[in-house]
Design a protein around this ligand. Sequence first.
Ligand code: AMP
Ligand code: MG
Length: 420
Amino acid sequence: MGKSLMRKPIQVKEAVQLVTEHAKLIDSEVVRLEDTYGRILREPIIARHDVPPFDRSPYDGFAIRAEDSLGASGSNRIEFQVIDEIGAGHLAKRGIEKGEAIRIMTGAPIPENATAVVMLEQTVESDQTFTLRKAFENGENISLRGEDATEGEVLIEQGAVIHPGTTALLATFGYAEVKVSKKPIVGILSTGTELLEVNEELEPGKIRNSNGPMIAAQLKRMGIQYKSYGMLGDNLDACMEMVETALEETDVLITTGGVSVGDYDYLPVIYEKLGAEVLFNKVAMRPGSVTTVATLGNHLLFGLSGNPSACFTGFELFTRPALLKMMGAEKTYMPRTKALLGDDFTKPNPFTRFIRAVWEMTEEGPVATPAGFNKSSAVSSIARGNCMIVLPSGTRGFTKRMEVDVLLLGVEEGVSTWDL
Ligand code: AMP
Ligand code: MG
């Protein structure tokens, strides 16, 4: 079969670049605004009008001509005649003249001739009149038309993730329908003769399939549907057949397990038989050094390790940015920050190491603490924590309170560069 045991590791950054370069942009579609949460914009959001669209009051108060308040003070209160009252959504019947005011509520349009708004708290009211004790400047307490956005301005570029703030902006301009990316169809296939379904009792030598459900959840977190191809034992023909079927029905296929160099690791053989182009089959990282990515036509095939921590990390580092890129996202990477290491980490690092950890703010500043047992086979530590610590290769271990890089997980919109 020519299964080579010698694999040349490439650096994580290079691997990420290779994968995203091979991620082909998928089609767009137009969907209703209420269905756009988490989708990737395929058109810029352009201000279709000024925001606010008219000068308006930011407070409940009285609209006056600022000049009429000139000379006002505690010992010289100036009185105004209230000629009208307008709430948000209403227009004044007429403008104001010298000495007049209109009672105005937050969001209501500034009446003609008015140049300032006096807050209710700044007045002493009586029937149809009020007095104030300070002079107001032209424009004081007025929200100006266009101060937030001006017509024609590009406010959000295409390729942005639609989050609740984006939704508000789209709604502001009447984008009842929005052009977004379609979602890639992703298949998940777990391989391993030792695997049991989640509802099966343990048997000697067997373990339950945790990778399949985990990846399904990682995809769900991205709002991406998946097709499950279940689990298969380590059987070349059966796996080959299932992979071929899956490739007909999906854009991206994620397999877990069987990607290493063991006797029953058939994924490398399958890639070869399919004629897929293997982008890499070894990455200078722990866990997940055997992570393999291949392309076949427009398809991407992710061969993730069966080891749960490695599988999790492989998805977040490679699959996630690739899927985002396919959807035209500009910011495909996890945001990175710095923190103090919360514990000694004394294992030497031949490769860049990714450690599932808990990031939190303390009195000493941000601290990231490894989330427990940290072998690539670990499943407990991936359940804890909210980030991954990144320890560079070539070090003899790290001690508590050293500054380390941290990648944040589960953030709605990431960043545009991978600069580790
Ligand atoms: P492999 O990548 O097939 O060499 O598997 C590496 C390790 O991960 C082995 O100990 C497997 O039993 C375990 N493993 C493989 N697939 C899964 C899975 N779907 N869920 C949990 N553990 C798995
Ligand atoms: Mg296996």
